[in-house]
Design a protein around this ligand. Structure first.
Ligand code: BTN
Length: 271
């Protein structure tokens, strides 16, 4: 076992039932001091057929962390929660697009449970979590269809990073749990809550998707906002009006037509 894991596993699973520990034994978990990207590492293993359900890779530091659409994911050393988890995908590929939304809900529920009661996050389509308009967590879901269909779900939560430690270009648009509660939080405790969420809700949460849609609808950051959305088919301007039953973003154009978006290159507020 990797030495960091031997110390972290008991902290991660503190208070768990034996049944949960049985489903997520120490062999499923690896805690690295440093790596390039936990998503890259787990994708490599998955493509070689060397992954089991709920295999989890946690890193204190990434030097090639990746975000969506080819962006870099920057994080101060040992400040934030950076991990990837491998999840076997169901046979029906129509369910796969629900996974990023389910992940946002499970990560969001875990975060809200450690914030002062009543604190609500904002869910920014497709799957970012914000607080007071600033990004708190990002999710990168990548799939590997062979030898068996697996998803590698990468999650970055800004936990103990101080505002002054964010790169200048992120200082006004990102936040962290530290900035919200003004004290440090345990990254392992938060990770334990998130893993419990996956153990309790995966894969059933993909079929019982209404619960996730309802969670998002109560926190929908884009709803009723004027948007300019860059898509592969061009730019769309209109008003966000929620998500459809599959989690696609609905945008009402000024001419009265409705767009249904499954992906977008870039979204900005219009006016
Ligand atoms: C985004 O908002 O663009 C997604 C960010 C995802 C970042 C996490 S950090 C752990 C995992 N490893 C990576 O290289 N990326 C994800």
């Amino acid at each position: 076992m990797h030495p960091l894991t031997a110390k972290s596993y008991p902290a991660l699973t503190d208070g768990w039932s034996e049944e949960r520990k049985h489903r997520f034994p120490p062999e499923r978990f690896q805690h690295l001091a440093e790596t390039g990207s936990t998503n890259d590492d787990l994708l490599t293993r998955t493509r070689q057929g060397e992954t089991a359900p709920f295999d989890l890779l946690l890193a204190d530091r990434q030097h090639a962390g990746r975000g969506r659409r080819g962006h870099a994911w920057e994080s101060g050393p040992a400040r934030n929660l950076l991990f990837s988890i491998a999840l076997p995908l169901p046979d029906d590929p129509r369910l796969w697009t629900r996974l990023p939304h389910l992940t946002a809900r499970l990560v969001g529920e875990a975060i809200e449970s450690i914030l002062p009661p009543g604190t609500r996050l904002q869910s920014k389509w497709p799957n970012d979590l914000h607080y007071c308009g600033r990004k708190l967590a990002g999710i990168l879901v990548e799939t590997s269809p062979r030898p068996e269909p697996f998803a590698v779900v990468g999650v970055g939560v800004n936990v103990n990073q101080r505002r002054s430690e964010f790169p200048p270009e992120l200082r006004l648009i990102a936040t962290s749990l530290y900035e919200i509660v003004q004290c440090e939080s345990s990254r392992l405790y938060l990770l334990g809550l998130i893993v419990e969420g996956f153990l309790d809700h995966y894969p059933e949460g993909l079929t019982r998707f209404d619960e996730t849609l309802a969670w998002i609808a109560e926190r929908d950051y884009l709803r009723d906002r004027r948007l300019r959305v860059e898509t592969a088919r061009g730019t769309i301007t209109g008003t966000a009006c929620g998500l459809d039953p599959e989690g696609a973003l609905l945008v009402d154009r000024d001419d009265g037509t409705r767009e249904r978006l499954l992906t977008a290159e870039h979204i900005e507020f219009d006016g």
